[in-house]
Each structure stands twice: as structure tokens, then as C-alpha cells.
Design a protein around this ligand. Structure first.
Ligand code: PEP
Ligand code: MN
Length: 338
């Protein structure tokens, strides 16, 4: 249930509504839009108290959000959400944000080399896995805390924000100390305990779509995070599993307009995992931007043949540079910047 608040409401009346919501055992979720302010009253049986709120000063209208995802829905918030990552980067506005870097941090030298190159080409944030979710238990699992140390140095020395994955609850504290954005991987999209925990921190969460998750289920996962008070959720389409086996996954660009219509949250695209073939990554990156993506996350490696994970889909630094040049021309046509 949402309470649409009168523009003329006094602070006292507003606080009185919030107190009432809490007294009844609900958590108020506030959305301050340009045109209207909404208070979400989320929880089972909120409807039971409708009459109480109808009688309160300052409440203009009460309505139901039909969708099972409430806080993530356009009904709750009409304007696009812009997630502030750090002093320089915002995701969801006019600027298309580019996150680039290796699949995994492999050494201090490797992460510095790649980070410097992609930064020079215009990347806004650096990616690099520290804890890697691998299909095989015998495959490289990431350098763990050692890699976090290197990412911290990259952040401090190159003055650029960091995106890295958190695989379980125990890793949240250590990862949040370094990361500007915490990534929840495709395999953890429905790890509800983990989603609830990252909902309790303030840092932005990059929520990958699962390879077999419908758009609605994915938005329910975003809702888990938001229900705990963290509204800084960035969705990331990274390819779904279909019958097609010529590519690693099938990049579902349909998700961009669909998510934009259902939700106010920003959506970015990962063409690297989405297609899984190096030379096709730039094409899909450009297609994603034209389709309305608010950003891209791209795997880049200077020696992909030696990469410890995802070498075949990692583009070379020169390919990244060329892609950035092409994107500069493309964004002009669609009224955005990069
Ligand atoms: C990754 O970003 O390297 C990764 C493992 O992504 P996903 O969770 O989408 O497979
Ligand atoms: Mn990867």
C-alpha cells in the first residue's frame, strides 16, 4: 500500500504518519519525487489499516501497488533512480557509465596494468573479481583478501572506484571496505539471506540477473535488498540460458525496455558473459547502449590467453579503446554522454 502525500503537508503531520506506520509494526519507505512524495507501507495486511491512514492529515490518496515488487516498481517511484557511486560517478542519469577490468584480479601487476589502460580509454570504474564463483571446484577461485589489497591500492593510486563481487555474508565487511559497488553474481541472485544482508549496508549493489531468472523474479531479488533499506540497486543483464549453444549465453536486450517500464532502477549490461566471444563483445556493447542501457561492464585483459578465468571473452585493451571511441559517436545520436 502506498500513501500519496499532499504537497502542503507540514513536517509535524509527516512525522505523525511515520510514527503511526511504525506503531502498527511496519517500516515506512519514503520516495521523494519531483512531483510527489510517497510513503510505502510494505508488509502483509497493510490494507487492513487503510481507513486509519485515510483519516490522517496530509494524506492525499492511498493506492495499492499491484506488482509483487513494490519498492522497485515504477508505481512507487515515477522518476528514474540515479545511484550515486562516489563523487565522480552516478549510474542511471544521462551519462552511460563504463565499468571495465579483468574477470579476476590475478596479481598486483596484472590489475594495475589493465586498470591503467582502461582508465586511460575512459572507464569510469574498475572491475576485478576477488572471490570467484567457478563452476569447477578445481578452477581458480580468486586471490581472496590478497586481491582486495591490490584493489585498494588501485583505488587510492589511480583515484577510481572499484566494483567487485561478494559471494557470501561473511565477505561483506571486508569487501565493503574497498569496493564502491558490491556485485551480486548471477549464481547468487536468489540467495535471499545474502540479499537481505547487503540490503543493510548503504553501498550500491550491482545485481546480476541469474541465467534462469525471469525479469520479475530478478526484480523481486532487488526488492529483497530494498526492503532492508538499501535503495542503491543497479540491475545488470548478463545473458540467460537458452537452447542456443553458439554463444555462451543469450544476451537478453529485451530486458532493458521491459525493466525500464516496470522499474525506476538503473540497468546496465554485461556483454562479456552475455555472448562469451571476444570479437563479438563490442557489437553487443554498442547494441546495449542503443537499447537504453545506463552502463556497461566489460571484461578486458592484456594477455587473455594467459587469463585465469574468462580469457576467451575478455577483449584486448586496444579493442576497448576502439569501442569507447565508437560509443562516443553513438551516444550523441541517442542524446546521452559517455
Ligand atoms: C563475473 O562478473 O565475472 C561473473 C562471474 O559474472 P556472472 O555472475 O554474471 O556470471
Ligand atoms: Mn567473468
Amino acid at each position: 500500500m502506498i500513501l500519496i502525500i499532499k504537497n502542503s503537508i507540514t513536517e509535524e503531520q509527516f512525522n505523525h504518519i511515520l510514527e503511526k506506520i511504525k506503531e502498527l509494526g511496519f517500516t515506512p519507505h519514503i520516495s521523494r519525487g519531483v512531483k510527489k512524495t510517497i510513503i510505502g507501507l510494505i508488509g502483509e495486511q497493510a490494507e487492513k489499516y487503510r481507513e486509519i491512514f485515510e483519516a490522517m492529515e496530509g494524506v492525499e490518496q492511498i493506492s495499492e501497488i499491484e506488482k509483487p515488487f513494490k519498492l522497485a516498481s515504477r508505481e512507487f517511484k515515477e522518476e528514474n533512480t540515479i545511484v550515486k557511486v562516489n563523487d565522480k560517478v552516478e549510474i542511471g542519469g544521462k551519462k552511460v557509465v563504463v565499468i571495465a577490468g579483468p574477470c579476476a584480479v590475478e596479481s598486483r601487476e596484472q590489475i594495475f596494468k589493465i586498470a591503467e589502460l582502461v582508465k586511460k580509454s575512459g572507464a569510469d570504474l574498475i572491475r576485478g573479481g576477488v572471490f570467484k564463483p567457478r563452476t569447477s571446484p578445481y578452477a581458480f577461485q580468486g586471490l581472496g583478501k590478497e586481491a582486495l589489497k591490490y584493489l585498494k591500492e588501485v583505488k587510492e593510486l589511480l583515484k577510481i572506484g572499484i566494483v567487485t563481487e561478494v559471494m557470501n555474508i561473511e565477505q561483506i565487511d571486508a569487501v565493503s571496505e574497498v569496493a564502491d559497488v558490491l556485485q551480486i553474481g548471477a549464481r547468487n541472485v536468489q540467495n535471499f539471506d545474502l540479499l537481505k544482508e547487503v540490503g543493510k549496508i548503504k553501498k550500491p549493489i550491482l545485481l546480476k540477473r541469474g541465467m534462469a531468472t525471469t525479469i520479475k523474479e530478478w526484480l523481486m531479488s532487488a526488492e529483497y535488498i530494498m526492503s532492508q533499506g538499501n535503495y542503491n540497486v543497479i540491475l545488470c543483464e548478463r545473458g540467460i540460458r537458452t537452447f542456443e549453444d553458439s554463444t555462451r549465453f543469450t544476451l537478453d536486450l529485451n530486458a532493458i525496455p521491459v525493466v525500464k517500464s516496470l522499474s525506476h532502477l538503473p540497468i546496465i549490461v554485461d556483454p562479456s558473459h552475455g555472448i562469451g566471444i571476444r570479437n563479438f563483445v563490442p557489437t553487443m556493447a554498442k547494441a546495449a547502449v542503443v537499447a537504453g542501457a545506463d552502463g556497461l561492464i566489460i571484461e578486458v585483459h592484456h594477455k587473455p590467453e594467459e587469463a585465469l578465468s574468462d580469457g576467451p571473452q575478455s577483449i584486448l585493451p586496444q579493442q576497448f579503446e576502439q569501442l569507447m571511441q565508437e560509443l562516443k559517436k553513438i551516444v550523441e545520436v541517442i542524446g546521452r554522454t559517455i
